[in-house]
Write a protein that binds this ligand. Structure first.
Ligand SMILES: *Cc1c(COP(=O)(O)O)cnc(C)c1O
Length: 232
């Protein structure tokens, strides 16, 4: 078995074990394979092993892969998970199925206006900065409700839930705290009338903590594709 297939298998087992520990139904967590910096051939190999959802951070890089894998497009999902500038919204609205990193109304409005009418509404998550670090992207938990209601009203978007990239932490308790906070915010917004079904949280290092706290999409790069090389 190749490293990629072994890694995919190991990640699926981590998800299954954490789900079982959490008393959650098998299959209630979707694995998003984060393929940034890895070539289209790696995505194709993961696809052939059964993986269907892929996450990308950089628009130009993603477009090349989407093009190279056009033959799989009908059965593969592309999720945009990186910072999004307003001059890139059109290509994202035209080529992706999901955007996890919405944090400004202006970006959401552009995505809604630019989503082609022949496609289903674009699935989006609101990115929340649960750790409160100044350098991190995302709205504060206090700002989330107002923005979520505005985004939910946009015609060509479907607000699915919340996304966070918590500060790295090594203990399980420290990893679980921000995920717990995001889940609590998610439940508040649902009580408030928003039909949300997605908590995008958990990466290679904190997948278990995220699943224990209710994640529905884990975004896993390194544990599937290996360490990233940004040198070229
Ligand atoms: C790169 C990235 C990931 C994957 O991180 P790993 O630690 O490699 O699993 C997940 N989410 C976002 C937003 C990312 O940018």
């Amino acid at each position: 078995m190749s490293d990629l297939l072994r890694n995919l298998d190991a990640v699926q087992q981590r998800i299954a074990q954490a789900s079982q520990l959490a008393g959650r139904a098998p299959g209630s967590v979707t694995l998003l394979a984060v393929s940034k910096t890895f070539p289209a051939e790696a995505v194709r190999a993961a696809y052939e092993a059964g993986q269907r959802a892929f996450g990308e951070n950089y628009v130009q890089e993603a477009l090349l892969k989407i093009e190279a894998l056009a033959d799989l497009r009908a059965t593969l999902e592309w999720h945009f998970i990186g910072p999004l500038q307003s001059n890139k919204t059109r290509v994202v609205a035209e080529h992706f199925d999901w955007v996890h990193s919405v944090e400004r109304l202006k970006i959401a409005q552009r995505l809604s206006e630019q989503r082609p009418s022949v496609l289903a509404p674009l699935n989006v998550c609101l990115q929340v900065n649960v750790s409160g670090e100044a350098s991190k992207s995302g709205v504060t938990p206090d700002q989330a409700a107002a923005l979520a209601h505005q985004i939910a009203a946009l015609p060509r978007l479907r607000l699915r839930g919340l996304m966070a990239i918590p500060e790295a932490a090594s203990s399980s308790a420290a990893q679980r705290a921000p995920h717990h906070q995001l889940h609590a915010l998610f439940e508040r917004l649902r009580t408030d009338g928003l039909a949300l079904d997605t908590l995008s949280m958990g990466m290679s290092a904190d997948l278990e903590a995220a699943v224990l706290e209710g994640s529905t999409i884990v975004r896993i790069g390194t544990a599937i594709f290996g360490a990233r090389d940004y040198s070229h």
